[in-house]
Design a protein around this ligand. Sequence first.
Ligand code: SAM
Ligand code: SF4
Length: 366
Amino acid sequence: MTTTALGIPLFGTRGRAAESTGLDTGDAGERAARGSSPFLLDSHGRRAIDLRVSLTDKCNLRCTYCMPAEGLDWLPGQELLTDEELLRLIGIAVDRLGVSEIRFTGGEPLLRKGILVLVQEVSRLKARPEISLTTNGIGFARRAADFAAAGLDRVNISLDTLDRDVFARLTRRDRHSDVIAALDGAVAAGLTPVKINAVLLRGVNDHEAGDLLAFAVERGYHLRFIEQMPLDAGHEWNRASMVTADEIQESLSRRFALTPHREARAGAPAELFDVDGGPATVGIIASVTRPFCGDCDRTRLTADGQIRNCLFSQIETDLRAMLRGTGTDDEIADAWRMAMWRKLPGHGINDPSFLQPDRPMSAIGG
Ligand code: SAM
Ligand code: SF4
């Protein structure tokens, strides 16, 4: 096994050993095949430039497709990366690995106390990345201007329904008006175009596809529907009952003329359509029925310092152990590169052997 001068192995094993120790073992052939590029390449020709940073696994909603009513066993505080540790890793990603987009997510990222300072510090990096946030919007309205001033570039706000009762049923909290206020606040703060993420559930809100699009078009929000993925904590996802991209398109087409948007997707997961000839567009993220893994440009950092090369990965690489041990920036960057090199060609949701990852979406960072 190759080790650094500090005794840290340079390559990774797959599975729990890598998860629990952060040690990254492997063979010289793998390293030779990878070459010496500083970037986050994988063996299937992709390069990751988009880092999703989960700031917490906690949330103040309980969306049925994500979390159980009683919540989850939250990560103990000492396992979470500190702000300082997060900034060190983000700095490594931007300065050494060529990452150019940082998205803060969770759990609910607004629950993280230091989030504004994190945004501000990341915006001061020399090779300043684009900084965005995915949030359920609760509490965002009154903070939107502060986020814009701190350097936030864009925000995605999740809104699955226009109906307060459906919202309460779907999220198990009566906070619909907070989310609507967040959308208004984001616009007022100049964080435009504001994107909306919506997940449709059969028999719950799937009748609202057209209404959601009409609402978004009228107010200038960019709406994207996300197919429900097998990432719920209860492992209750069911292919037969999920609302597919075809169904969403069909439902929208009853009210709007959808035509493929002319600009290329360029790694973006959403398939874009012009609405009634444009300029309004709508996106459909069909991770299950029209996977786009071949164009994936993401790398993920969990709130407890694990690198995941895919939402659906069964493997994590423990950078926290390196951070809290003697790992240098070079060694951490190297472990990150090797973690990404081993990214599989696809998520495998449609393979008979597919296994849902242990961690739910809220603990990975959506
Ligand atoms: N709490 C924030 C929010 O809801 O926007 C950020 C984290 S959340 C995990 C990020 C996005 O993932 C949300 O838009 C949410 O709707 C989506 N999501 C959560 N679970 C999902 C699932 N099982 N399938 C598809 N999307 C999901
Ligand atoms: Fe919370 Fe977002 Fe999951 Fe809903 S989707 S429970 S808001 S983390």
